[in-house]
Design a protein around this ligand. Structure first.
Ligand code: NAD
Length: 309
């Protein structure tokens, strides 16, 4: 079967979904950017007299994602006019668009069950030929497609972009046990030639390759900081500019990733490794758990280890 990608649906308009939609727009590919429907009005919506049924409310999360994208610095869109290629919506009112696209990318919260439920729903409107992928940081590609038909799984794989999508060259592509070899070849080619990425094909092991190493490094750094009484500033000074990484010091990176996502990723490794020392490395420290409880999630809530203007 020949694959092609002309139109895409990106489900999840958070940090990564918006970055992926922007990257697609940058290469001229239109996408639908969809998110969930809110179940409560904000104070601002109440003041405007909007109801929960109003399209502006129902599309609030995806609209917010697109607005954040337009304000992003450094810019995630090469040409701001390309933003017109991204149409926002929600997964209830616009679910049928999923059968009109060539590629559906799941970019929702890093929880196995949420992803499994979403793929079950997607399969109800899915047509053979449509590529379906997950941007998971490390949840098993095989597990998240368990219960789906073999035909669906033949069209399913992991496409793991890195943050910020415009600037990070790496794209990990992870086949499940049923992925068609010709789809894997197509994705590697498409990732390199159309999306301009350096593609690495990974086995479906926990956190794949880059995050298995990267999350390990972050966890060990945080533990060493606590053990040796160092400060956030000291760690960022050592792991940032001094190492030639002015923008990707440890805690600056965590703010960009999102602390809730980081905790989910670390928990996934903790739950899936068996070596006791390795398990201990992936126990999230209390102070990070507390930050997540307070919704100090990093740049996306404008408060993390640093404040965002
Ligand atoms: P995020 O919290 O910024 O955004 C997730 C979005 O998904 C939210 O807008 C949320 O409302 C939406 N959502 C949740 N459940 C949904 C559902 N059932 N249907 C539709 N939308 C739903 O998270 P993120 O950082 O963008 O991460 C998304 C995925 O990408 C995760 O799997 C994560 O592990 C992975 N990832 C994240 C990074 C990173 O640096 N943040 C990097 C690579 C991969």
């Amino acid at each position: 079967m020949d694959f092609k990608i002309g139109k895409v649906a990106v489900i999840g308009a958070g940090v990564m979904g918006t970055g992926i939609a922007a990257h697609l727009a940058n290469v001229g590919i239109p996408s639908y950017l969809l998110d969930i429907v809110p179940n409560e009005l904000t104070e601002e919506e109440k003041a405007k007299g909007l109801s929960l049924q109003h399209p502006l409310v129902r599309n609030r999360f995806a609209n917010r994602g697109k607005e954040a994208l337009l304000k992003s610095k450094p810019a995630l869109l090469y040409v701001p006019g390309n933003a017109d290629l991204i149409k926002t919506g929600n997964i209830e009112d616009d679910f049928s668009v999923l059968s009109e696209v060539d590629w559906i990318i799941e970019v929702v919260v890093e929880k196995l069950q949420v992803k499994q439920q979403l793929f079950e729903k997607i399969e109800s409107v899915w047509k053979p030929g449509i590529i379906v992928s997950s941007n998971t940081s490390g949840v098993s590609i095989n597990q998240m497609s368990e219960g789906r038909s073999q035909e669906f799984r033949q069209h399913f794989l992991g496409t793991h972009f890195f943050n910020p999508v415009r600037y990070m060259k790496l794209l990990e592509v992870i086949p499940c046990s049923d992925t068609k070899p010709e789809l894997l070849d197509f994705m590697v080619n498409f990732g390199e030639r159309v999306l301009g990425k350096g593609v690495v094909v990974c086995k479906d092991t926990v956190n794949f390759i880059a995050n298995r190493i990267g999350t390990y490094g972050l966890m060990v750094t945080v533990q060493e900081m606590t053990k040796n009484g160092l400060t956030i500033d000291e760690i960022d000074a050592i792991t940032g500019p001094a190492m030639g990484r002015p923008k990707s010091a440890t805690f600056r990176t965590l703010d960009i990733v999102g602390l809730d996502t980081f905790v989910n990723v670390a928990n996934n490794v903790h739950a899936n490794v068996t070596d006791p020392d390795e398990k201990a490395t992936f126990v999230v420290p209390d102070f990070i758990q507390q930050m997540v409880e307070r919704r100090w999630l990093g740049q996306k809530t404008k408060q993390g280890f640093y404040k965002k203007e």
